[in-house]
Design a protein around this ligand. Structure first.
Ligand code: NDP
Ligand code: 2IT
Length: 448
């Protein structure tokens, strides 16, 4: 229940209209938690129907993706792009390939992306796309044929000033390469249309590192501001062993943390001591199974085939970096009982809403993904700038801009949270700061 009658009615409408979209409903509910602090102060929010407009994507594109597998069998998947909001810039956001992909998941991701991109301070609107295609256990040739078929429809809807996709879960350098290649073939234009490209064809240095590094820069600011400390000697657990998790691991270790637990879809590994960084890195690079592979060389670790057992490990800091709905209220309580005092989202919406409320009410510092994982899209924005200027910045230049952006996002969120007398509520700070810029642009652009 919100304090505001208007928000209650609006949210009831969302729940009824989108009753089959639970992920999208959670993203809106969490955002409205913060809007409840704002709508009574500013009657123009209701009058301008900005929230009614914001929760409806500007455009949803859905298409058939037929392709032929290595056995000559014809397969059919669904392709999507949710062009959520272009108030402050062209649509920007990742592409996800996973069997769980559906409109609810892509709408929640596109909705959150709109505020995340606004927080970066760069002119990027929000979008998200992908397919229910599962790249696991597919050959490179199958992935290539799938990407080519996908792009044969998708290329109509993207472009440097229209919509610039990037990677996300199940979608990395390999997929981006095939997509860019096919885009070029179909349009006869060099593919300035994706970010996260390889370094040999227009990618930005530090883009692969950016989400995980950015997350650690954000956490450093939290530790400094709220606890007058830093990463040194802190016990950290990180879920996943994907693009975000591995780079969070690398930076956390570099900053002096002791990473004591990690996971993937096959299970988790945990210890009292630091895990073997090189071994995890090598398993991840070879797309291996973390639990089974790691224990071959380190039989002394705790492990199980349930990735969620990760949250039972004693730690100071938890960085969920795998996927949505990883941390339930039960996991949240386990974390708190085991001494965890800071949870920062590297993934998008890994914490359920009751877990977030529990953290905020029980003295566990919480960083929402739309702020703490914004480093990836921020460096995507920097990749777009470099491409437009036909030049390349060094790793150090990009990394230093990334750090500035993350410090700035933290400061913005913290300042807003203080302004509303809830100084540790960074979710509120992120939602309100991200919203205000989009709101201003939507009012200036009229009812469109
Ligand atoms: P990847 O596909 O590279 O990695 C995902 C990892 O999560 C894999 O290791 C996968 O395991 C693991 N995983 C998936 N589901 C579970 C689960 N239920 N429990 C434990 N592990 C699981 O994706 P990314 O690293 O790119 O993305 C991860 C998250 O970060 C997503 O939420 C994404 O939206 C978000 N994000 C990504 C950004 C980016 O730039 N890539 C930017 C901002 C946010 P396995 O290896 O077994 O498949
Ligand atoms: O969720 C995200 O912010 C991403 N997957 C990165 C998007 C991007 O355009 O770089």
């Amino acid at each position: 229940m919100y304090k505001s009658k208007y928000l209650n009615e609006l949210f009831d409408g969302v729940k009824t209209k989108y009753s089959n979209e639970p992920e999208f409903i959670q993203a809106v509910e969490e955002f409205f938690d913060s809007m409840d602090f704002l709508v009574e102060k500013d009657p123009n929010i209701e009058k301008s129907a900005v929230l009614e407009r914001l929760i409806v994507p500007e455009r949803i594109i859905q298409f058939r993706v037929p392709w032929v597998d290595d056995n000559g069998k014809i397969q059919v998947n669904t392709g999507y792009r949710v062009q959520f909001n272009s108030a402050i810039g062209p649509y920007k956001g990742g592409m996800r390939f996973d069997k769980s992909v559906n409109l609810s998941v892509l709408k929640f991701l596109g909705f959150e992306q709109t505020f995340k991109n606004s927080l970066t301070g760069l002119p990027m609107g929000g979008g998200k796309g992908g397919s229910d295609f599962d790249p696991k256990n597919k050959s490179d040739a199958e992935v290539m044929r799938f990407c080519q078929s996908f792009m044969s429809e998708f290329y109509h809807f993207i472009g440097p000033d229209m919509d610039v996709p990037a990677g996300d879960l199940g979608f990395g350098a390999r997929e981006i390469g095939y997509m860019v290649g096919e885009y070029k073939k179909l349009t006869h234009k060099w593919g300035r249309v994706f970010t996260g490209k390889g370094m040999s064809y227009g990618g930005s240095l530090a883009r692969p590192e950016s989400t995980g590094y950015g997350l650690c820069y954000f956490v450093e600011e939290m530790l400094k501001t709220y606890k007058n400390t830093d990463f040194k000697g802190k016990k950290v657990i990180i879920s996943g062993k994907g693009k975000v998790s591995i780079m969070a691991l690398k930076k956390a270790v570099e900053l002096g943390a002791i990473v004591v637990g990690m996971s993937d879809t096959s299970g988790y590994i945990g210890s009292d001591k630091a895990l073997d960084y090189d071994e995890i890195y090598s398993i991840a690079n070879n797309r291996g199974n973390l639990e089974k592979e790691y224990i071959k060389k380190h039989s002394d670790v705790k492990h199980s085939s349930n990735p969620n057992d990760l949250w039972k490990i004693k730690c100071d800091i938890a960085l969920p970096c795998a996927t949505q709905a990883e941390i339930s209220i039960i996991n949240a309580k386990e974390l708190k009982e085991n001494g965890c005092y800071l949870v920062a989202e590297g993934a998008n919406m890994p914490c359920n809403i009751d877990a977030i409320r529990y953290f905020n009410e029980n003295g566990v510092l919480f960083a929402p993904g739309k702020a703490s994982n914004a480093g990836g899209v921020a460096v995507s924005g920097l990749e777009m700038s470099q491409n437009a200027m036909h030049l390349t910045w060094t790793f150090e230049e990009v990394d230093s801009k990334l750090k500035d952006i993350m410090v700035n996002i933290f400061n913005e969120c913290y300042k807003k949270a203080k302004e509303f007398n809830v100084p540790t509520n960074l979710a509120l700070g992120a939602n309100i700061s991200g919203f205000l810029k989009v709101y201003d642009a939507m009012i200036q652009e009229g009812v469109i």
